[in-house]
Design a protein around this ligand. Structure first.
Ligand code: ASP
Length: 345
């Protein structure tokens, strides 16, 4: 029965061509006669990102960084490396890049600290690891993976997570490593705005730019993996955690359906278990990746007021990157094909 369903799905995909949904529009790629040997998609956050407010130099920097991230993951997948390794290494690169709100370049909390969250999930074993609120671990995605592979747990937070990182020999840094002037200025702006009007300085602010990073990959063995890493939201407090370290909300992967990494206003993504919701619609509702992602991002989240987007990749190599915000830093790669984008198209 399952084989028959897979065969039917495969036939439909081959007949209609391999689709990549991007932003609000659907870009149909050249029909492929079989699924690609590998595929990978990334995001660098969604939000109020418009061409009008983007200096051309900055745009170039973002595009170059996204392109380099794709190269890192693609080189691993090309050589037959695992989806888990591609996701980990690609996110490590994005965490080290100060342009994005993850690792170096993370946003600041109300008290002026960087508290980092990350998660990773293996679609084959469905094992997962996640960390919340770490302040001295250079690459939180590596720690999330260590939690998955070297502990009996899924989610560690705060000082305990840091202690675990030290015990496992992960690279620790002075919190200053994460500092960037731009993010610091962003906090000062939010604090000023909050003094005038509690709402504009809050996470609800309409001109909010997210900047979380994420990656989903399909390797040559047909295995999926997903990962997400973030500094959370500017001016967050009380040890707030968003969706990024929550398996099922910000990150999910299952070889039965797809791999998903989200970015946006985390509270909404937690409430609607967004990453798992995409997989569940495919598994239980028979929806395609495109139908499932469009429904959740463009209908459900829009109706509820949840701003953001996601990247999703299924076992056939279909990629969807919908977002309901003004823009989303994003890209994808398959053998011989590559895309990098920022705004709606
Ligand atoms: N989803 C993240 C959070 O709520 C923020 C982001 O995507 O930029 O913490």
């Amino acid at each position: 029965m399952k084989n028959l369903a897979t065969f039917c799905l495969l036939t439909i995909i081959i007949a209609t061509g391999c689709k990549t949904t991007d932003g609000n529009s659907t870009n149909t790629m050249k029909p492929t006669s079989s699924k690609p040997a590998y595929a990978m998609a990334i995001h660098g956050g969604a939000g109020a990102i418009s061409k009008a407010n983007m200096p051309p130099e900055k745009e170039k920097e973002y595009k170059a960084a996204l392109d380099s991230a794709l190269t890192i993951g693609e080189q691993i997948l090309q050589k037959g490396g695992s989806a888990m390794d591609a996701v980990t290494q690609t996110i490590v690169f994005l965490e080290n890049c100060p342009l994005f709100n993850a690792g170096r370049g993370a946003v600041f909390t109300h008290e002026g600290k960087n508290e980092l969250d990350a998660s990773i999930m293996d679609g084959t074993s469905q094992k997962a690891g996640a960390v919340g609120g770490v302040t001295t671990v250079k690459n939180p995605i590596r720690l999330a993976r260590a939690v998955m592979e070297q502990s009996a747990h899924v989610l560690l937070t705060g000082q305990g997570a840091e202690q675990f990182a030290r015990e496992k020999g992960l690279e620790m840094v002075d919190p200053k490593w994460f500092f960037t002037q731009e993010r610091w200025d962003g906090l000062q702006k939010a604090l000023e705005a909050e003094k005038k009007d509690a709402r504009t300085g809050s996470l609800e602010s309409a001109d909010y730019k997210f900047g979380t990073v994420g990656c989903v990959a399909l390797d040559q063995n047909g295995h999926l993996a997903a990962g997400t890493s973030t500094g959370g939201m500017t001016n967050k407090r009380w040890n707030r955690l968003g969706d990024s370290p929550i398996i099922g909300a910000g990150t999910y992967a299952s070889n039965d359906a797809c791999a998903v990494s989200c970015t946006g206003h985390g509270e909404y993504f937690i409430r609607y278990a967004v990453a798992y919701d995409i997989c569940a619609q495919m598994t239980y509702g028979g929806k395609t990746l495109e139908q499932a992602t469009q429904h959740t991002v463009m209908e459900k989240l829009v109706a509820k007021g949840g701003s953001g987007g996601l990247i999703a990749l299924d076992t056939l190599g279909n990629i969807c990157q919908p977002f309901n915000s003004e823009g989303m830093y994003r890209g994808w790669v398959k053998p011989g094909q590559r895309y990098v984008g920022i705004y709606k198209e």
